[in-house]
Each structure stands twice: as C-alpha cells, then as structure tokens.
Design a protein around this ligand. Sequence first.
Ligand SMILES: Nc1ncnc2c1ncn2[C@@H]1O[C@H](COP(=O)(O)OP(=O)(O)OP(=O)(O)O)[C@@H](O)[C@H]1O
Ligand SMILES: [Mg+2]
Length: 772
Amino acid sequence: MNNYLEELNEAQRDAVINTEGPSLVIAGAGSGKTRVLTYRIAHLLKNGVPPSSVLALTFTNKAAREMKERIAKIVGSQTARYLWMGTFHSIFARILRSEAEIIGYPSNFTIYDTQDTKSLLKTIIKSMKLDDKTYKPGLVYNRMSAAKNNLITPVAYQQNSQIREADQAARLPRLAEVYSEYAKRCKNAGAMDFDDLLLQTNLLFKNHEDILKKYQERFKYILVDEYQDTNFSQYLIVKKLAQDHENICVVGDDAQSIYSFRGAKIENILNFRKDYPEFNTYKLEQNYRSTQTIVDAANSLIQKNKRQLPKRVFSENATGEKIQVIGALTDNEEGYLVANEIIDMRMNHQHRYADFAILYRTNAQSRIFEEALRKRNIPYKIYGGLSFYQRKEIKDLLAYYRLTINVKDDEAFKRVINYPARGIGNTTMTRLETYAVQNNQSIWEIASNPDECQMAGLNAGTQRKVAEFIHMIEGFAGQLASAESYELAMQIASDSGMLKEFYKDKTPENLSRYENVQELLNAIQDFSLNAKEEGRPNQLNHFMEEVALLTDQDTDKEEDFDKVTLMTVHSSKGLEFKNVFIVGLEENLFPSGFSGTLTAPELEEERRLFYVALTRAEQNAWLSFAKQRYRWGNLEFCNPSRFIGEIDEQFLYFKSGGLQAHIPRRESVPTAKEETRGARRSPMGIRSQQGNEQLGKRLTRLNEASRQNAAAFTGSDPEEIQAGMFVEHQRFGRGKVVAIEGAMPDRKAKVFFPNAGEKHLLLKFAKLKIVE
Ligand SMILES: Nc1ncnc2c1ncn2[C@@H]1O[C@H](COP(=O)(O)OP(=O)(O)OP(=O)(O)O)[C@@H](O)[C@H]1O
Ligand SMILES: [Mg+2]
C-alpha cells in the first residue's frame, strides 16, 4: 500500500513526514497519536532507513505487535520484523542479555515478577527478624521500587540522609539494609526484577561509555508512545540514547497520565522542552474515535482539572447517543443490568460481544460481572487480575523451566524443590538457604555440592533426596541447547512428576489445573511451530523470555475472539471499543480512597483515569453505580461518584429512575422511560460438583480432541504445494500461496492469509493443507 499518507489529516501528515530532530506530540485521546507514530516509522522505512536503526517503545507488547502488523502492511513483513519495537522492559532486557557479562550477570538471568520479589522480601524480612506488620512486603516493595526508578542504588540509599530520615519517620529504619540484602540475593541468584531492568540499563550506559556509544549509533531514530507515563529511569535511558542525533519523537497526553503511583512523571513532558529547545510540536485536535457526545462529555469533565496543558479536542463523527447512567440498588443488580444492556444491544443493534468492554477501578469488581455474564451465557475474557500466568500450577511448572535455564534462580528453586513432594521439608530448605546467604552463594551452589550440604547440616538421607533433585534438573539443563522448546517442556512436565500430581486426586480443581497446564503446553507448542516456520530460535529459554515480560494486556489468546472484555481502567489505556461500561462509579471506589483522604493531585489523577475510561468508547458509553455493595466483607452504602455529576448534564441520560436524585449535582430532569428492570437479585451461582467418573471422561475427551486436532494437520505433502494454490494453516486459517522458494528441506512458501497477513513459512514444518 503506497498511499498511506492519504490516511492522515494534515496535522498528522506533518508529524509523520518531518522525521528529523526532536518532535513532541501532546494531544487529546483518540486524535491519532499512536497512528502518527506508526506511520512515521513506516515513512522512515519507505525512505530507506534500515529497520534495525529504529527503536520504538510502547506501553504493552500487544501495542507493539499491532503497530508492527500495521507497518508490515505498508512496507512488507520482511522489513518490519527487524524493527526494535516493544516495551521498555522487553527491549532493554534484550540489550542487557547481550551485555550481561560486563555488569556481572549471566546472559540467562531470570526476570523476577512481582510475586517473586515479594516472596524474597518476605524471606529477608523474616531472616532479619523484623515485624512484617510494619515491614509489609508490599510497602517495602513500593519504596524500593521508587528508589530504583529514581536510580538510587543500595549504596546511594544507605548514604542518603534524607531518605534515611524519611524511613525513620515511616518507622522503617532498616529499609536500607533490606534493600541491599535484596539486591545481594538477586545478584547471587542471577536475577533481576522489572525495575532492575531499567536501573541496570541506566548503570550500563552510565559506566560504559563505549556501550552507550554503540547503541546511540545503532538507534538513529527513537519513538515513544504514551510518553506521559514514563518514569525517570525510562526518561533517562531515552535521553541518553537520543543525545547525539536528537531524532526523537514522543507522543502522549498529559490528561491521560495515570501511573504516578508507579513513579510516572508528567514532568518528563516539560523536561522534553528543556532538553531539546529546538523541538517541533504538532497539534492534533480532531478525535476520530468517538461520537461528538462522548468527546464533548469527556472534555467537560477533564476541564475540572487545574493542572493541565491547554488543548482542544473535537469530533466530526456523528453526534451519537447520550451517555446512559444506570443506578442499581445493589452490586449484584448492577451486574444484572449491565448484562441485560449487552443482550439488548446485541439483539437490537447487531453488535458482537467483542464490541463491549466493562471497565472497573479495581480488579476485585470483576467477580460480580463475571457471575452476571455467566448466568446469561455471555462469553467474556478478563485481563489482569489473577492472570493465566499467575496461577499456582502454571507458576510451578514455569519455575521448573526457570531453574532449568538458570540453576541459580533461588525463588524457582524454593518453589519446586519439594513440589511434587520429595520429602525435603522446610527445615532442610531453611538450612540450605541460610548457609547460601552466609556464603554469598545461590542455593543451588550449596545444594549441588555434597560437602557444602553437609556443612549446612543436612543428614545423609536428606542429602540423597536433594542430590536426586539436582541430578534431575541437571538432566533437563543439559538438553536446553539442543532440544526444541516443546519437546523439553513436555519432558519436564512429566519427569518432574507434575502431570501425575493432577491424576492422583481427581477433583474438579485438579481437572482445571490439568487443563491450565495443558494450555501452557499448547502455548509452547504454538511458539515452537511459529519459531520453526519463521526460522527463529526455538529453545525453551526463548519462550520463557516472552512469558517473563507479559503485561496485563498481553494475555490475549486466539480463541478470545468474540467475547466481552473485562478489565481495569488502567489496562484499557490506548485501546478502543464500540461500547463501554464504566462501572462502580461510587465515591470511595471511583474516585478511590477513603472519603476525604484524597489530596488534590490524587483526585486529579482519579479524574484523568475516568477521562481515559470514557474516551475508550467509540459509539456508546454507560456509567453505572450501586447503592449498596459488599466490600471487605461488609455491606456498605454508597454514594454515586462525583464524576457523574461533573459531566455536563446535556450529555447524560438517566436510565433507572429514582436513583439519579442521589447524584451530587444541580437539578437533573429524569428522562428515564425504562423502569421495568426491577431490583431482581439473582441467587449466587452454585458450582456444580463433578464426580470422578465425569472427570475421567472429560480428561479423555480433552486428550482425544488435541490428538485429532494434531492429526488433521499432518497430512500435507510439501512437494505438491505451488504458487496460486489455496491452503489452510492450523492457526492462520485459509490463505493463498503467493510464491514458492528454494528446494526441500528448506523449501519456503510465501502465503497471504486474509486474517493474519503475509507469512513466510518453511514447508517442512508449516503443515499446510491444500484446499479447493
Ligand atoms: N486521519 C484519520 N482518519 C481516520 N481514522 C483515524 C485517523 N487518525 C486516527 N484514526 C483512528 O482513530 C482512532 C484513534 O487513533 P489513535 O489510537 O491513534 O489515537 P490516540 O491519540 O493514540 O488515542 P489514545 O490517546 O487513546 O492513545 C483509531 O481507530 C485510528 O485508526
Ligand atoms: Mg494511543
């Protein structure tokens, strides 16, 4: 497609074609900032800039993937695949792996997730004999994270008297020690947490001029989406990389800055102006996403914020429907009413389930909606919360994989040494860990050495059991380089005894765990097929790299095709849906915080969050609240959120009568006509119990189905496939063969799939089926 510049308005085009020098695009929601960034990259590539010299940083992996796909359509997938495009964490993890040695880490370092970090902190707090009610792991984590994101290392932390005083005042005088102990143990375990990825990148660039230079020369063009939510650490990395050429383009919206609790700084936008006084700025004012009503309503609300950069946003789309306000008596009724609306809209206006999103302030609110949707047989998917990769059985199996990749990974070691049970108890673990810490080594280094085990106080019997475990992991690790990801993943699942665990006791819970593990193995198989087809490395560590860096929005699966989306407002940033429900609009819930405790800046951040939520809607928006809600186990009486009252009334329509009187605002004229939906409270769903027999049957069916599925795609004859033929691919669906290159075994097909774009597939792996 060569007319891509015609898909932009004038202001956007300006921002796309002026590729040199610093550029700043601060513009309202839906005005095409992400589109500008995407097309700017395409434009660079079209003009001969090599893809490997473009660095594009996005907020989620999913956003990066979507941008890449769009760019591939303009410049071709072969060019697009060499772009450096991804989240800050994924890009800099990649760079750190290749430079690991110089900063004293193994290149296969583990990335600790939040749970690992908290569990390690718990261990440290306990071993230092501190009270975990004062030194709450979550609190310690936040303070440590804030320090890291301001580039304060443990040594600097120790020496900073201001911080020490603040810690004293917060009754956490030994925080500096906890931080340095944590850093030490991570180092011994060859592990970094999320904040370390950014901190270590900064240190790498600070202490190694030559390496910084190398990347400065490599990345000739740097682009950042959602710039308003970068923290200081991210800001500095970008600044250093762009220092020489200053070809840096950042896009964002100060009115959508919603991560200050994680250290994001709106000041980075102001800094940009100082850092690059010669910058170009572009004004995007037209919103292409939403109806006029939604855009105007959102404007009327965000005007209440005092601290903001002045900007205009208008829409030339249809006026659209008014925003509907739904008042419910109880939280259950709120769920019921929302589910009803979805059914109505779907029946009467031909919407698909995937056109709806339910956005809430806190993850805990999802349960009510899940129940309501399930009762009406409405398919849904949830982002965040206890996501797939956070489930116990998944984390257990992943811990085996992590340990196989990096045997020093202490958190993984502790997780699986006695799971499934091997008779290695807590006492043994504590002995090993204490001894390891004393000797500044990882647990593995002690456990794999019989002399050290003895010194640590393990008796002969226990030593034997530990040795067996070590031997098993060494066996896995030995295959890492040579085995394909799926092959090794499967072997570990079974040889570790994990799969057998689920058979032991055939409860419904175990069935669901088994299914989850099966799902993980499917994902690895998918990864493996993909890697083979596209000629990418296919070892288990490559799969694990992707998993470690998933963000809340990245758990999208292909079968999640036509489902209602449930997510927190935070996760919805940058996305759009035809129909959006913003629920739980009550004081103390949204805006959150206990009444009266929000500071003015905090309240403004809540308002920005609400602005983000409302501007996700393309055609219709609903605002709902309940008068009574169970929170923390208590029934609470709630007042509707002040935010409803802050929207200019002309854009609202009150759906359920009676309750609008509770909204804190000037007189509102009730226009409700549908009063029929009473406060019918539906009984809680009763989970059906399945007997062992049924369970067995379901397991067999599951296996049978996956076998048939595999068999259906093994019958192709690669020699026969020719250009012009129509073929079917297991994941991409039907497509047309555009060209065939090379000879077996390296014969490749270029296939165009309407659902997935153009793909280059290695025929010996791709298992294409010829269709009519
Ligand atoms: N010139 C245009 N013509 C048609 N559609 C457009 C144009 N510019 C943007 N759009 C569409 O408008 C919608 C919003 O664009 P985009 O997501 O880039 O906005 P944004 O400014 O990044 O929004 P947000 O602030 O929410 O991240 C998208 O569906 C996009 O495809
Ligand atoms: Mg965007």
